[in-house]
Design a protein around this ligand. Structure first.
Ligand code: NAD
Ligand code: ZN
Ligand code: ZN
Length: 233
């Protein structure tokens, strides 16, 4: 009997053919998909080849893997509940949400000055603010807030702002952890989406000019599943 997929069901579609050739081996156990999962080694006698219901095809990207490998992979995944990252191409199925404390504020304002490397378009200032608090029984610090961040007020900068708002709503912008810079534990730290906190120079590496910044942060947002257009079904 097959283990139920539970919430994973919404991320997979039916496999209609047993033509697994193009997919390559299962990314989890590395066995071919027309063979059993390498992890299904219980002693009960089983058929020598799989049937279509033993293989799952991910909805967004079409990559396939053994059903039991998908279940094992998802159990061991560190990604948040409610989403699944394809082990082959890393596309996120579902919506990834973080554990950023929900008591902070994100305040946006527009300024007339322009950033180095982005002349004549003005600047978007984002101010993030947090207070220390308690989450899941853990007291957390909020060092170095408020933090002010800068984007050019260009069309690409505005697009980044819109996605940063989505990241904020999904509680992805910060997390609670150990600061690499200060060593402080249980404190609110940046979470894999880089922000520019220096507006007139780039001495820290977190400033302007940096001609790759907007593209880099778009890629970092995409890695968290925050993209301009959500594919549906
Ligand atoms: P961190 O040091 O754990 O680093 C996490 C990520 O943030 C890394 O990717 C890193 O590259 C990036 N990062 C580090 N310094 C940054 C900066 N100045 N601007 C933008 N991104 C930066 O993360 P953290 O502890 O959240 O951030 C460290 C920065 O926060 C410090 O450099 C400082 O600017 C600020 N801070 C200030 C105080 C204060 O008392 N004034 C205290 C703590 C942190
Ligand atoms: Zn497998
Ligand atoms: Zn994939």
């Amino acid at each position: 009997l097959l283990t139920p997929l539970g919430p994973l069901k919404e991320f997979v579609k039916r496999v209609t053919s047993l033509n697994f050739g193009e997919n390559g081996p299962c990314p989890i156990c590395m066995n071919n998909l027309n063979e059993e999962s390498g992890f299904d080694d219980d002693s009960t006698p089983s058929p020598s080849s799989t049937s279509s219901c033993d293989v799952c095809k991910l909805r967004k990207c079409g990559h396939m893997l053994h059903r039991s490998c998908l279940i094992t992979y998802s159990k061991n995944s560190t990604d948040a509940k409610g989403c699944l990252r394809c082990p082959t191409c890393k596309v996120i199925h579902g919506v990834k949400r973080g554990d950023m404390p929900s008591t902070g504020t994100m305040t946006v304002s527009k300024k007339r000055y322009s950033l180095p490397g982005h002349p004549r378009c003005g600047t978007i200032e984002i101010v993030y603010s947090f207070q220390p608090g308690v989450q899941n029984g853990v007291n957390y610090r909020a060092n170095g807030f408020p933090r002010t961040c800068y984007l050019p007020d260009s069309s690409k900068g505005q697009k980044v702002l819109q996605l940063l708002r989505v990241a904020w709503e999904r509680r992805l912008t910060f997390t609670i952890g150990t600061s690499v810079t200060t060593g402080a534990t249980n404190t609110i730290v940046w979470n894999e989406i880089h922000h520019k906190t220096e507006s007139t120079s780039n001495h820290s590496g977190h400033g302007y000019p940096d001609e790759n910044y907007l593209d880099n942060v778009l890629a970092e947002l995409a890695a968290q599943g925050v993209t301009e257009r959500e594919e549906c079904g």
